[in-house]
Design a protein around this ligand. Structure first.
Ligand code: MN
Length: 217
């Protein structure tokens, strides 16, 4: 194979990888999912078949479940996120949304979204927010009401309410299914071999057991 042909081949593979990493472009105005007919799974996407568009009503494009905070975790975080099952109108549109409320001192623990960049808007409060890039540089500061911060796709990010009042944050994602992995649970709540965790983190078996109890789902 000539060098230029090899380069073309590599570019093509990279292009495919990039394309498949994003939500596909919609081919119709909207696609309200038909939840009764089950899902179609392909290697890269879960497809919800569309309902007949003549059945669409305005309320399919309105979500009213974010007027108030959701249920708080023991970390002082309440998050309500939409998906096509509870908000049919967003199906196939390549976006989704979250409302997060933080009690005073509450945290959104380090996590990442494998399929989406997130933009977080501080509706009220003062929130220490940041992310870590792939060279482990941290970009973080306190952001105030009215400010937004972007968390690039796949990078670990976090938030903590450092104000004296509860905080509310709205986040948008450029995928209808961003995915979410919380670092503590992914490491200590997933069943990775204890020996490996002991070596990776320099912890004793007792300390590993403690972390497991804390982050087990
Ligand atoms: Mn996030």
């Amino acid at each position: 194979m000539s060098l230029s042909l090899a380069l073309m081949f590599v570019s093509f593979i990279l292009l495919c990888a990039t394309t498949l990493a994003s939500d596909p472009d919609p081919v119709q105005d909207y696609c309200l999912p038909n939840l009764k007919s089950g899902t179609i799974r392909t290697p890269h996407h879960t497809i919800l078949p569309c309902r007949n568009s003549s059945e669409a009503i305005t309320n399919d494009f309105v979500f009213s479940g974010m007027k108030a905070p959701g249920n708080f975790t023991n970390m002082g975080l309440a998050a309500i996120s939409v998906n096509p099952t509870i908000f049919p109108g967003i199906n196939t549109l390549g976006m989704s949304f979250v409302r997060a409320d933080l009690k005073v001192g509450g945290i959104n623990p380090p996590h990442f979204h494998p399929r989406a960049t997130e933009i977080a808007y501080i509706v009220k409060g003062s929130v220490y927010s940041g992310f870590v890039d792939s060279t482990n540089r941290v970009f973080a500061r306190v952001i105030e009401q009215g400010e937004v911060m972007v968390f690039p796709r796949g990078l670990v990010h976090f938030q903590m309410n450092v104000g004296k009042k509860p905080a509310t944050v709205f986040g948008s994602f450029n995928s209808q299914n961003p995915g979410m992995q919380k670092i503590p649970a992914a490491i200590f709540g997933s069943g990775i071999n204890d020996k490996l965790l002991e070596k990776a983190f320099g912890l004793s078996p007792k300390q590993i057991a403690m972390m497991r109890r804390r982050f087990d789902k």
